[in-house]
Design a protein around this ligand. Structure first.
Ligand SMILES: NS(=O)(=O)c1c(F)c(F)c(S(=O)(=O)CCO)c(N[C@H]2CCCc3ccccc32)c1F
Ligand SMILES: [Zn+2]
Length: 255
């Protein structure tokens, strides 16, 4: 597809020129404001299956020019939603060492240091993620807000790796302890083509990584692919919050 960036002439205000959905409705991320929230007792705790990967399960760590991503095996899936959603990859959004705030979702206009997304697709209805990516019930993404604080051994598993293969690790440990407290809304991919195909689950509780780990994340990548001559450090790869319109944000917890 057409090249896009987070800043400059191909930045987010220009995405809709080549990717019309980016200028459409049901866009993500959003600023999750308390006055928009509605408690929904039907929202069950998120259940993850086979997230605890054995070390002999090699995972591919990649830089797709937009984010640090880890491809995930199809044995991993979510079992608590209407359909089975099978894991495809996880990736991050972050700020920069000079401007640390880089999460995509905000909570009452608070932007966190970073955000991790675990992308899943509806494997009951679609054979692969490419067929699911533009369907309204195609994707389910788990969002984890990341703050700088205590060292987090779970994140160390891959932040120390710069090669392309990382040993399997417990992906569940990257999530907050409580999977029963989350925000839920219908939204979109936060990158082009911005399809409104994502059932968003953003956990209420953030996780922490140390300043050193955060620096490793923000300096891990260069946005150029291999053959480009100059390597430009990749940072601030977050989209700004979009209008909520008439959408309601459901919450699984009482304040
Ligand atoms: N924030 S977000 O909306 O969750 C989100 C990203 F921010 C993001 F950068 C990516 S990307 O790394 O693929 C780069 C551009 O799509 C994705 N990819 C998903 C959706 C697109 C197709 C596809 C195919 C295989 C695996 C994952 C994905 C993405 F879903
Ligand atoms: Zn993302």
């Amino acid at each position: 597809g057409v090249k896009w960036t987070y800043k400059g002439p191909e930045g987010e205000h220009h995405w809709s020129k080549h990717y019309p959905f980016c200028g459409g409705t049901f866009q993500s991320p959003i600023d999750i404001k308390s006055e928009l929230l509605r408690f929904d007792p039907a929202l069950r705790p998120i259940e993850v299956q086979n997230y605890n990967l054995a070390p002999d399960e090699q995972l591919t760590l990649g830089n797709n020019g937009h984010s640090l991503q880890i491809s995930l095996p199809p044995k991993m899936y979510l079992s608590s939603l209407r359909h089975r959603y099978t894991a495809a990859q996880l990736h991050f959004h972050w700020g920069s060492s000079s401007r640390p705030a880089g999460s995509e979702h905000m909570v009452n206009s608070r932007q966190y240091a970073a955000e991790m997304h675990v992308v899943h697709y509806n494997s009951e209805k679609y054979p692969n993620i490419s067929m699911a990516v533009d369907k309204s019930d195609g994707l389910a993404v788990l969002g984890v807000l990341v703050e700088v604080g205590d060292f987090n051994p779970a994140y160390e598993q891959f932040l120390k790796f710069i090669n392309v293969q990382v040993p399997g690790f417990n992906v569940r440990a990257l999530l907050p302890t409580r999977l029963d407290e989350y925000y839920r809304y219908d939204g979109s991919l936060t990158t082009p083509p911005c399809y409104p195909s994502v059932l968003w689950t953003v956990f209420k509780n953030h996780v922490t990584i140390s300043q050193k780990q955060f620096l490793a994340l923000t300096t891990a990548l260069y946005s150029s692919n291999a053959q480009d001559s100059v390597a430009i450090p990749l940072h601030s790869n977050f989209r700004k919050p979009k209008l909520i319109d008439s959408r309601v944000v459901l919450v699984s917890f009482k304040e």
